[in-house]
Design a protein. Structure first.
Length: 725
């Protein structure tokens, strides 16, 4: 036969399952799925199509047709052996839905809800009706249980009505349309489709599990689904956030957060199963809640996504392809049925989405693109069909027809969507929005996810708490405060931080899209010295450390040794605060009049972003001072011209960034004189009470930001915020 080892393994399954054969099956599915997925991606198709085709090639449609003995040796029909790999495939379904939920962006739906809701509702209703009618007219021979035709019809309607958000997202992002207005409407519509689709699937599957349709079972399914969703998106959201943060902050073992996430997924999936709804809904909702967690979402997605993409996806879709037997298409009846299903699914979905988009206020070209985009089934359709087959709702032949339809409609979607998107013109308003998002994407502040604040009960600590609250409030970032005294002054500092965060959350201008989420503040008492406490806490993952302690300065122009030790304990960006002048008397409430010196370097640009965030949070103007080293006497006109162009470019870039947030900016410049003296003089002349400087750490045991920062630290009568990145 050519496969003696596999034949031996297959024979051995008569008495016991073979781990050798399981590993061989996994290896061949992963290999073929990866290779064909790579080919499909190079051809502009989703990788999942290659994985499905890999399973089809390894199944009875091709491998089994030309070499049946080898195919049966590798994939025997022994129930025990099949259950081993099917268990991995079923876990793969839950992992896929977990990741799909994590990728959902419901903030996107809120921004463009009218067009997205209109498109999604119409795009689901029409193909659902088409599929239901088709199910009612199917020949009795195609039904697994003719007496339950209604359940099969409901399942057919569900299968035809959903779109695959993953396939849609791949094509939209590939064409750089993800941030375009139409691209966001397409993604939002696909998100709603997926969400509503899985709710419909859960209800339909609960009916299938009961084996009958009556008002009581329908009511129980709908009520259970509504109750589960209500609890999940209220109390459940807070519980998930708290568990993720608690596990990250208290466990010291590797991948503790991933373990908690898998347990959350399993718990919610089991909950939906217990209330009579399928596990897929629980896994999907768990992914949505985890994806909305304010910390570690990017890191978690990478850790879970790698294993899912490399193992679970090729195995699940490979098994799905193996189960399909395309040889039935040699029968004209099944061939006509498949082509009819493709036609009904495509026309129904396109017409429904097109009509909904047009009613939602979109132009014809945009509605045409939406109709093409929603016609992708891909992974979602295969998952639905696989569940239906396992529950006895679909026959083997009907399952094969649905899988074939999913492959064909998914392969049709990318070229048609590319053709329609290329004809959508960029509007001036859309261009302005994209420019704003480009500024944010390259920025330092938008990349901050979680702040750590190390303070004492001094005025420096109070001022640092206020500044941290203002910065956190503009983004809804969680803040952890390391405080020496958390009973008296420490609680006051926490209150100041929360109050400042509330101020920062208020929209600074009409251009701000929406209020960020409320800032979560955690205050911890220091059980060890400050720098050791920072070192321990930093292991939990933070993007910026703000230091507010007294004394901030040791010898003239030098930071206090304890400040240096605290800074050395944190491997990342830091911000050091010194409250002086008016803030030394009223650090909590005194208005901010900010001056930010810039040089054109990346670190000074980061300091300017912090200054813009503070000005935006307090709705105050900002002065940007361009500072350059003094030019010598032998300076040429060409060098002067270069310096002038550099100065204009730097100031223009920062002013443009500030304008995006409605921050009023005054600019000043100095191309001669000692930089430190220029900064101090401008602060005095402009009556500024806070100087924000973007600086870089110098090598050495002691904390140093260079001579200019040292002079400003020593001689300034104004408050200081040094931002070192």
């Amino acid at each position: 036969m050519g496969f003696p080892a596999l034949a031996f393994a297959a024979a051995s399954t008569k008495s016991a399952p073979s781990e050798f054969l399981l590993l061989a099956q996994l290896a061949i599915l992963i290999l073929v799925g990866r290779l064909l997925g790579e080919i499909m991606q190079r051809l502009g198709q989703p990788a999942v199509i290659g994985q499905l085709l890999g399973g089809i090639l390894l199944g009875p449609s091709f491998f089994g047709l030309f070499w049946p003995q080898a195919q049966r040796a590798l994939f025997p029909h022994d129930p025990v052996q099949q259950s081993m790999i099917n268990a991995i495939a079923q876990l793969g379904i839950l992992m896929l839905l977990l990741l799909a939920g994590m990728e959902m962006d419901f903030g996107l739906i809120k921004r463009i809800r009218r067009a997205a809701l209109s498109t999604s509702i119409s795009g689901i209703a029409l193909p659902f009706a088409c599929g239901f009618i088709l199910g009612e007219w199917l020949p009795t021979a195609l039904l697994p249980q003719p007496q339950y035709r209604l359940i099969t019809a409901l399942f057919m309607g569900t299968a035809l009505s959903i779109s695959s958000v993953k396939v849609v997202a791949v094509v939209v992002r590939e064409m750089n349309f993800a941030r375009r207005n139409l691209g966001q409407i397409i993604l939002a519509t696909a998100i709603i489709d997926d969400t509503v689709g899985w709710i419909i699937i859960a209800v339909t599957l609960s009916l299938a599990a009961r084996g009958r349709v009556d008002l009581r079972s329908v009511g129980a399914s709908v009520l259970g689904t509504v109750l589960f969703l209500t609890v999940s998106f209220t109390l459940g959201r807070r519980a998930v956030f708290a568990l993720i943060r608690w596990s990250n902050d208290h466990f010291v073992s590797d991948a503790a957060v991933v373990t908690v996430i898998l347990l959350l997924m399993a718990g919610m999936a089991l909950t939906t199963q217990l209330i009579g709804v399928h596990t897929v809904l629980g896994a999907f909702v768990a992914g949505i809640l985890i994806g909305e967690s304010p910390i570690l979402t990017g890191k978690i997605g990478e850790q879970l996504g790698g294993l899912t993409t490399a193992l679970f996806m090729p195995v699940f879709f490979g098994i799905s392809g193996l189960t399909a037997d395309l040889t039935i298409l040699r029968d004209p009846t099944f061939l006509i049925l498949t082509l009819s299903l493709v036609l009904i699914a495509s026309v129904g979905k396109f017409a429904g989405a097109f009509a909904g988009a047009y009613w939602g206020g979109l132009a014809r070209r945009e509605a045409l693109a939406l109709g093409c985009a929603m016609n992708a089934r891909g992974a979602t359709e295969v998952i639905v069909a696989s569940i239906g087959l396992s529950m006895g709702v679909l026959t083997q032949n009907l399952y094969t027809v649905i899988v074939a339809m999913a492959v064909i409609t998914t392969m049709i979607m990318p070229p048609t969507l590319r053709w329609t998107l290329n004809r959508v013109v960029l509007t001036p308003d859309e261009k302005a929005r994209l420019e704003k998002e480009d500024v944010e994407r390259r920025g330092f502040v938008p990349g901050l996810e979680r702040l750590l604040v190390a303070i004492d009960d001094s005025v420096n600590g109070t001022f640092a708490a206020r500044l941290a609250g203002l910065i956190a409030g503009t983004r809804g970032m969680p803040v952890t405060v390391l405080q020496e005294d958390v009973k008296g002054p420490g609680r006051r500092a926490e209150g100041i931080l929360k109050g400042a965060a509330a101020v920062g959350r208020e929209p600074a201008s009409d251009s701000d899209a929406q209020r960020p989420p409320e800032v979560n503040v955690t205050t911890r008492a220091q059980s060890v010295v400050a720098h050791e406490a920072v070192a321990l806490e930093a292991q939990r993952g933070y993007d910026l450390l703000m230091i507010g302690r007294d004394p901030v300065m040791g010898a003239p122009g030098e930071f206090h040794p304890e400040v240096s030790r605290i800074a050395a304990a944190f491997q990342g960006p830091i911000a050091v605060v010194a409250a002086r002048g008016a803030h030394a008397e009223d650090a909590a409430d005194k208005d901010l009049n900010i001056l930010v010196p810039v040089t054109g370097s990346a670190v000074s640009r980061n300091g300017a972003e912090i200054a813009v965030a503070l000005a935006r949070a307090t709705n105050r103007p900002l002065t940007v001072l361009y500072v350059a080293a003094e030019l010598g006497r032998a300076t040429t006109l060409a060098l002067l011209g270069t310096r002038r162009r550099e100065q204009e470019a730097v100031l223009k870039d920062i002013v443009k960034s500030a304008d995006q947030y409605g921050v009023q900016v005054r600019t000043a410049c100095s191309t001669h004189g000692n930089p430190a003296k220029v900064i101090l003089e401008e602060a005095r002349r402009g009556k500024h009470n806070l100087i924000v400087m973007g600086v870089s750490r110098r090598p050495g045991a002691e904390l140093s930001f260079g001579d200019v920062a040292a002079t400003v630290l020593e001689k300034s009568q104004r408050s200081l915020l040094f931002v070192a990145t």
